[in-house]
Write a protein that binds this ligand. Sequence first.
Ligand code: NAG
Ligand code: NAG
Ligand code: NAG
Length: 350
Amino acid sequence: MRFLSFLSGAALVLAGCSNGLNILMSNDDGFGSGNLRELYKMLRADGHNVYIVAPATQQSSQGGRSVFTDEPMLTTNSIYDLVKAGAPSLGTDPIDTHIWYYNGTPAACVFVGLDYVLPNFADFSVPDLVVTGPNFGTNLGPFVWTLSGTAGAAYAATGRGIPAIALSGSNNAVPYFLVKNESSPAYLVASVANRVVKSIINSVPVSVLKRDVGETRTILPLGYGLNVNIPPLFADNYTNIQVVHTRMTGDADTNEAVPNPDKPGTFTWANIEPLAPGVNACINGNCTLPGETYVVNTLGLVSLSLYTVDYTAPESEETKEVVKWFTTGNVFTTSVKAMPIHKHSRRFTA
Ligand SMILES: *[C@@H]1O[C@H](CO)[C@@H](O)[C@H](O)[C@H]1NC(C)=O
Ligand SMILES: *[C@@H]1O[C@H](CO)[C@@H](O)[C@H](O)[C@H]1NC(C)=O
Ligand SMILES: *[C@@H]1O[C@H](CO)[C@@H](O)[C@H](O)[C@H]1NC(C)=O
């Protein structure tokens, strides 16, 4: 145990003031979000070099859509009127040049950050980590995972080879300038998010965190990211809230269409009851882990699920059976040898 505690102590030092990570943050609630700004301040206070590139306007439910504006100038005021119509579609916050807005979807903001803002305006080009959120409202289960812009920004980064953590809280939207003190829900959510991010970074072995000048740190295996959800928090006990290893499926919701009683001829949505089997099928990963929806909504604890960007079905008996049908039925009319690059999978290297 002495050896282990030595390692985590060393990792702590490495991630400390003089050796923080290069971090890009984004979200879907917009660059004026109280949650985003509180976590940004905390990550900077911990010695990380942090830039935000986040949507100029509210971009919830965009999932991983990558939409770039055709307009060089904003045609409406930004969120909370922080920047006025007529300003450039990409620019910095009026009072902080590390905070950028862009008039696009969350995934587009990540791409503009990676391909334009960081290379041209930061002292690093490729971040060690992308942190998205904390979102206003949870993002639980497979159905929401593909809808959420906070998730979309995270998996856009992971797809580019950058580890990402999507964070979501259970609090209501609040502009950053109304977060006045440490009793604000945005402060509580950011504190828990910061604690989780810090514990993740500190858990990474020194050999993995180590880098040569100009290299990025690989804090997660290639193509991996994390989805973290935070339940409602209470000022008197939020500091010791527990974090549980979860999976995305399990007690997960999905929608059903419901005729809208207030507007005949239209529909609205509801969470289907009983729970739908598809979003709760355990196909990948450890099926004995609890679902994130259960852990957050029922137990009131923090969930942490690992995701990968490889949506391909696993090499299971079910997959083999389907492939057998298709092969026997001549669905595949030819076969092609995989290029080595397609099998590329970089693991931790010292
Ligand atoms: C914190 O700020 C809120 C909102 O401005 C205010 O209502 C509350 O009284 C403040 N609490 C403390 C302890 O200052
Ligand atoms: C925290 O406090 C709230 C309300 O005071 C309570 O409902 C909740 O169960 C507490 N959580 C823990 C983990 O103690
Ligand atoms: C699956 O998760 C359970 C519960 O956390 C754990 O005890 C078990 O070791 C895990 N199995 C594998 C193969 O990782």
